[in-house]
Ligand binder design. Structure first.
Ligand code: 2P0
Length: 353
């Protein structure tokens, strides 16, 4: 099993200068039910629309951040391999923490996922949520979750939501500096413990990343304005469904938001086609299940994996049905989980794998 879970507070400083220099955090991916697609500021990762998500339990990223009193480039090891491209993105996010702490030390970051990276399973969401929590604790910064959400957003938009567990809403915010574009928890995981079955239909990295896809969509899709104009009403509908624990209502609005996001992206030039044949077969299978009375709906992000969300008692049957679909490689079963948290440093060796 994993390490003992600690409350969400910085560890006791071990050095006389007031910070421990090293900390480990873990976080889970989240899946949007009302989608984020489009940025009002690409540099600050400010979205044009709010979004609403669920944080998963089983899939997780574990990240160790260690600051060393030297100048030079940050080192980032991701799933056991050094990555210069990630080092730049991670370093830019850590700069925000270094600035807050008044320190210019370089960082050594080791991060591991227990699920396929870059295959539409939101590894950047769990990754940047774990990074800012571990990094801030390593510097002895006692930041509230709301501030961590803003910082995680700078690394990857959807990471703002993985700071929290259960049902989460991320506001687009109004301010130019992004200080009001952060996530907040709506309902705890234990208060409506839905099940999720993720049908993996490809393990290849996607061809067009989300940032590029969003930019192309905003520039060329004729449906961009309708997408932005409809979002507030969709969010209100989903929020109501969550707070009333109304599964049918949540199913309707979630499938609508998913298909609308894909319609928007399909209409870009060139069109963004994130599905493969198995993705489409999975949607048909899940619709048939729902028609037969099984409480389940689908959602799909910027990749070919299909996420089936269901009442917990239906999860085994939903997963079994997805495993029968030709082209499904694997089905990952999860529930709803907690937000990002610190774990004991000594017990976290597998962040270094
Ligand atoms: C979402 N997606 O709401 C949407 C739906 C994919 C489809 O957030 O550029 O990796 O880092 O802000 O967060 C994936 O995009 O993009 C995503 P950046 P991110 O979950």
């Amino acid at each position: 099993m994993y390490a003992t879970r600690l409350p969400n507070r910085p560890p006791t400083p071990v050095n006389p200068d007031g910070h421990p220099h090293s900390a480990v955090a873990e976080a889970h991916p989240n899946i949007a039910l009302v989608k984020y697609w489009g940025k009002r500021d690409a540099a600050l990762n400010l979205p044009v629309v709010g979004s609403l998500s669920i944080t998963l339990d089983r899939l997780r990223t574990r990240t160790r951040v260690r600051f060393v009193p030297e100048s030079g480039a940050d080192q980032v090891v991701l799933n056991g391999r050094a990555s210069e491209a990630e080092a730049r993105r991670v370093g830019a996010c850590l700069d925000l923490l270094r600035e807050a702490a008044g320190i210019d030390w370089r960082a050594e970051v080791a991060s591991g996922n227990d699920f396929p990276t870059a295959a539409g399973l939101a590894s950047s969401a769990s990754g940047f949520a774990a990074l800012v929590l571990a990094g801030s604790a390593a510097l002895g910064l006692d930041l509230p979750p709301s501030r961590l959400s803003v910082l995680a957003r700078r690394g990857s938009g959807s990471a703002a939501r993985s700071i929290f567990g259960g049902f989460v809403e991320w506001a687009h915010g109004e301010r130019a500096d992004g200080s009001d574009s952060l996530a907040r928890p709506l309902l705890g995981a234990a208060e409506w413990p839905l099940g999720v079955a993720v049908a993996v239909t490809s393990t290849a990295a996607k061809e067009i990343g989300s940032s590029e896809g969003m930019g192309r969509t905003a520039m060329t899709s004729p449906y961009q304005r309708a997408w932005v104009e409809g979002q507030e009403a969709n969010l209100a509908e989903a929020r109501r469904a969550v707070l009333a624990r109304d599964f049918e209502a949540l199913a309707d609005i979630s499938e609508h938001s998913c298909l609308k996001m894909h319609a928007l992206a399909l209409a870009a030039r060139p069109g963004l086609l994130y599905w493969n044949g198995a993705s489409v077969e999975c949607m048909h299978r899940l619709r048939a299940l729902r028609r037969s009375g099984v409480p389940v709906f689908f959602t799909i992000d910027a990749g070919p994996q299909v996420k089936a969300v269901c009442l917990p008692e239906a999860r085994a049957a939903v997963a079994a049905a997805l495993r029968e679909v030709r082209g499904v490689l694997e089905v990952l079963e999860c529930g709803l989980g907690e937000g990002a948290r610190l774990i004991e440093d000594g017990a976290a060796a597998d962040a270094e794998r």
